[in-house]
Design a protein. Structure first.
Length: 157
C-alpha cells in the first residue's frame, strides 16, 4: 500500500512558515503573560459576538444585495458591492473605538494626537471605495476583451 505524498514547498517556504509560527508563539506568550484570563475572555466574547450577532447581520445584508441585483439578471455585479462593503466593514471593525469616539482621552494621552476626524475619514474612505467600485463597474465593458461576433461553423458529423 502506497503512503500518500505530502507536498512540501521549497526550503524558503518551509523557513518562512517556521518563522511565522515562531513569531505567533512569541506573540501569544507575550500577550498571555500579563492578563491571560482577560485575553481568553476577549477571544471567546469576540467569537460569540461574531457568530451570533455580526454573521447573521451581514448574511442578511448580502442576501438582500444578491436578491436586489440577482432578480434583474445582474448577479455578476454583486462583487462590486461586496468588496467595498467588506473593506469598509473591516476598517470599521479595526478602528471602531476611534470612529465611535470611545477612547478620545486615552488616544490623546498615548499618542499626543487629536482623535478628531476618524469618523469623517472612515466615511470618506468608504465613499472612495464605493465610487472606485462603481467606476470599475462602469468601465467593465471597455476593460473586458471583446468576443468575436463570428458564428461557429456547423459541426461535421
Amino acid at each position: 500500500m502506497r503512503r500518500p505524498r505530502i507536498p512540501l514547498g521549497s526550503p524558503f517556504q518551509l523557513l518562512l512558515l517556521t518563522a511565522s509560527f515562531a513569531l505567533a508563539a512569541y506573540a501569544g506568550v507575550r500577550l498571555l503573560a500579563d492578563d491571560w484570563f482577560g485575553v481568553a475572555l476577549w477571544f471567546v466574547g469576540a467569537a460569540l459576538i461574531h457568530d451570533l450577532v455580526l454573521l447573521p447581520l451581514y448574511a442578511v445584508a448580502d442576501r438582500a444585495v444578491v436578491r436586489g441585483l440577482g432578480a434583474a439578471g445582474h448577479r455578476d455585479r454583486v462583487m462590486y458591492v461586496r468588496v467595498p462593503a467588506a473593506l469598509s466593514g473591516l476598517l470599521l471593525l479595526v478602528w471602531f473605538p476611534l470612529i465611535g469616539g470611545r477612547v478620545d482621552r486615552r488616544y490623546r494621552l498615548g499618542t499626543g494626537l487629536s482623535p478628531d476626524g476618524f469618523l469623517a475619514r472612515w466615511l470618506l474612505i468608504t465613499a472612495v471605495l464605493f465610487a472606485g467600485s462603481a467606476l470599475l463597474l462602469g468601465l467593465r465593458p471597455w476593460l473586458r476583451p471583446r468576443r468575436a461576433t463570428k458564428e461557429r461553423p456547423p459541426a461535421d458529423h
